[in-house]
Design a protein around this ligand. Structure first.
Ligand code: SF4
Length: 510
C-alpha cells in the first residue's frame, strides 16, 4: 500500500510528451510513459516503443469439467502460454490483464466466441474502471466492533462505516464514491488503497471510531484489538437454549446463555418449559422480550457473548424464593461460543457462589464450541458497471443492461459468478476470494479496476448491437493476444468454477 501512496503523490497527469515518452490512453489520467517505465497505475508500460499491458491476460482452463485432474488455482500457471492452441478443457478468457475499453467508443479489448454444448457463445471481456465501487465486509464475531454508522478509518482517513449487523457477524461498508472522490485527496487515495488491498485478498488494519481496531483479510480470521477471533457464535442465546436444552436436563437447575442480542434462560424459555424445567426464581436485569428471552442485559463489548461483561453475575437481580429459588440451586452460565462458562450454586442467602466446574457439564459446553463455525472475514466487491463501460460491448448500451436483467447475458468477474442487483444499471457483487490473486487494479483518478466478462449467445449478441466484426476465437486470442501486446497465461479454474454456459440455463449469482 505504501508504494501505491507514493505513485499517487508523484504522478503528474499534466506531464508533456518528451523524447520517446508514449501516452497511455487506457484511462482518463493519460500518463506519458518513458521507455522501460510503467505508468501511474503500474498496469501499463512503455516497452519496445509501444504501450504494453504489464500483467498477462489470464485464461482459465476448466480442467475439472473435462475430467482432467484438478490443480489448485494458479498452480503450474507461472509460465506464459507455450503457443499450442489445442486443449480438451473448456476455457474462459477472463478480463484479468485484458485492458480497458477506455475511451469508450471502441469495442472491448477481447470479444471471444466459443462453442459450448452446441451453442455458439460470445464473451465480451474488459477491465472496468469503477468510480462507483466499494467493499462489503462481513466479520464473523459477536464482539462489538463499534456503534452502527460509526466511521471506519484506515491510516486515520475515513474509508467507510459500520453498517447493520447480521446473524453472528459485524458488517462494514467501505469505499463508495463519496470517500473516493467526495472528500480530501488523502481520503480518496487511502480509500482506493484500502479497497485495492482488500479486493486483492491482502490484510488491512481498520479502526472504528468509538470501537475497536480490526485486521481484515478475505478468507482469514479477523484480529480484533490484537486477539485472533476463532469462533463464530452458534446462534443467539435463545437459539442456543433451543439447541441444547435437552443436553442440560437433569444435570443442572438453571442455564443462562449470555448474549448481546438475546440472553436465554432455560427455566423460562419455551424449550425448557416443553421439557419440564422447574421455575428457579431467577431475575435477569434486561428488557424481557418473550419468556426466557432478554434484550440489552448489558452494553455491547468484547466480553461475554459480545457484551462488556467480565462477570456474568452482573446481569442477575434478586432471586425469588417464592418462585423456586432455594439454597443449593445450581446454575450454568455460558456464552454463545462456549468460550466463557461458569458454574454457581446459591448459598443460604440465595446468592450465587462460583463452584468448580463439574465434569458432567463439560460435554455440553464443548458441544457449543464444536457447533461454532470458524470465524472468517468475507469481502464482497460491489460496483456499478453501468455507464459507458457498456459501450465497449454494444453500440446501444442500454440493450446490455436489459439483457443482463433478462438473464440472456451472464456476468462474471475474473471468471467468478456475481450477484446482479435488481433495478436499474448493472450493480454487481462478487466474493473476492473466488477471483485469481491480484485480479484488481486501480487508476489514480482514483477508482478501482476490476475484471468483468459478459457471456451470451452469439445471435443474441448480434441482435443487441454487438461488435460482430471484432469477434475472435479463443485459439486466436491465445496465439496473437491483443492490442496491448501482453503475454497470455493459462491457469486452472478454481474447484467448482464452471465454464460459460448458455445464460438462460443459469440463475443469478450461480
Ligand atoms: S494510470 Fe495507468 S491506465 Fe491510466 S493512463 Fe496511466 S498507465 Fe494508463
Amino acid at each position: 500500500m505504501s508504494e501505491l501512496s507514493e505513485r499517487f503523490e508523484t504522478h503528474d497527469p499534466g506531464a508533456k510528451a518528451q523524447g520517446e515518452k508514449l501516452r497511455c490512453d487506457a484511462c482518463p489520467v493519460m500518463c506519458y510513459i518513458a521507455e522501460g517505465r510503467t505508468g501511474a497505475c503500474d498496469r501499463y508500460g512503455n516497452f519496445g516503443g509501444r504501450i504494453v499491458r504489464s500483467d498477462p491476460l489470464v485464461i482459465l482452463e476448466h480442467v475439472e469439467e473435462s475430467g482432467g485432474e484438478v490443480v489448485p488455482f494458479m498452480e503450474g500457471a507461472e509460465e506464459s502460454w507455450d503457443g499450442n492452441p489445442v486443449s480438451t478443457a473448456p476455457r474462459t478468457v477472463t478480463a484479468i490483464g485484458a485492458g480497458t475499453t477506455y475511451p469508450d467508443y471502441k469495442p472491448a479489448p477481447f470479444i471471444v466466441s466459443q462453442e459450448v454444448e452446441g451453442v455458439d457463445l460470445v464473451t465480451v471481456v474488459t477491465e472496468g474502471i469503477f468510480s462507483y465501487c466499494g467493499a462489503k465486509v462481513k466479520i464473523d464475531t459477536d464482539r462489538h466492533l463499534g456503534p452502527e454508522t460509526a466511521t471506519v478509518r484506515a491510516k486515520g482517513e475515513p474509508v467507510g462505516h459500520v453498517t447493520t449487523a447480521e446473524y453472528g457477524s459485524q458488517m462494514l461498508s467501505l469505499g463508495g464514491v463519496r470517500h473516493l472522490t467526495g472528500g480530501s485527496k488523502a481520503e480518496g487515495r487511502i480509500t482506493c488503497e484500502t479497497l485495492l488491498a482488500l479486493c486483492n485478498k491482502e490484510a488491512v488494519e481498520l479502526t472504528i471510531d468509538g470501537g475497536s481496531t480490526v485486521i481484515v483479510q478475505a478468507g482469514a480470521a479477523p484480529v480484533i484489538d490484537g486477539a485472533v477471533e476463532s469462533r463464530m457464535r452458534v446462534g443467539c442465546g435463545s437459539a442456543t437454549i433451543g439447541m441444547f436444552a435437552t443436553q442440560w436436563r437433569g444435570l443442572v437447575d438453571e442455564v443462562v446463555v449470555v448474549d448481546d442480542h438475546i440472553t436465554g434462560v432455560v427455566s423460562e424459555h419455551q424449550a425448557g418449559k416443553v421439557l419440564g424445567w422447574e421455575d428457579t426464581g431467577i431475575r435477569i436485569n434486561g428488557r424481557r422480550s418473550t419468556p426466557g428471552r432478554y434484550f440489552k442485559v448489558a452494553e455491547p463489548g468484547l466480553g461475554w457473548g459480545g457484551t462488556t461483561l467480565t462477570d456474568p453475575l452482573e446481569i442477575l437481580g434478586e432471586w425469588n424464593p417464592k418462585k423456586g429459588a432455594r439454597p443449593g440451586l445450581s446454575m450454568l452460565m455460558v456464552s454463545t461460543t462456549g468460550e466463557q462458562f461458569a458454574y454457581y450454586e446459591l448459598d443460604d442467602e440465595l446468592r450465587p457462589v462460583a463452584r468448580p466446574f463439574p465434569e458432567k457439564l463439560q460435554k455440553s459446553v464443548d458441544l457449543i464450541e464444536d457447533n461454532c463455525e470458524p470465524a472468517l472475514c468475507t469481502v464482497l466487491f460491489m460496483g456499478g458497471a453501468g455507464g459507458s463501460l457498456r459501450a465497449g460491448v454494444t453500440e446501444n448500451p442500454v440493450n446490455l443492461t436489459r439483457s443482463v436483467h433478462g438473464l440472456q447475458t451472464y456476468v462474471t468477474c475474473g471468471g467468478a459468478p456475481v450477484y446482479v442487483w435488481p433495478g436499474g444499471g448493472i450493480t454487481l457483487m462478487v466474493d473476492v476470494s473466488r477471483l485469481p490473486d491480484n485480479a484488481f487494479g486501480y487508476v489514480p483518478t482514483p477508482a478501482l479496476v476490476a475484471p468483468i466478462e459478459f457471456t451470451l449467445r452469439r445471435d443474441d449478441y448480434i441482435a443487441l448491437g454487438g461488435y460482430e466484426g471484432a469477434i475472435r476465437s479463443v485459439p486466436d486470442v491465445l496465439e496473437k493476444g491483443g492490442e496491448y501486446y501482453n503475454d497470455r497465461r493459462l491457469a486452472a479454474a478454481g474447484k467448482g468454477q464452471a465454464a460459460p454456459r448458455i445464460p438462460s440455463q443459469r440463475t443469478n449469482g450461480k
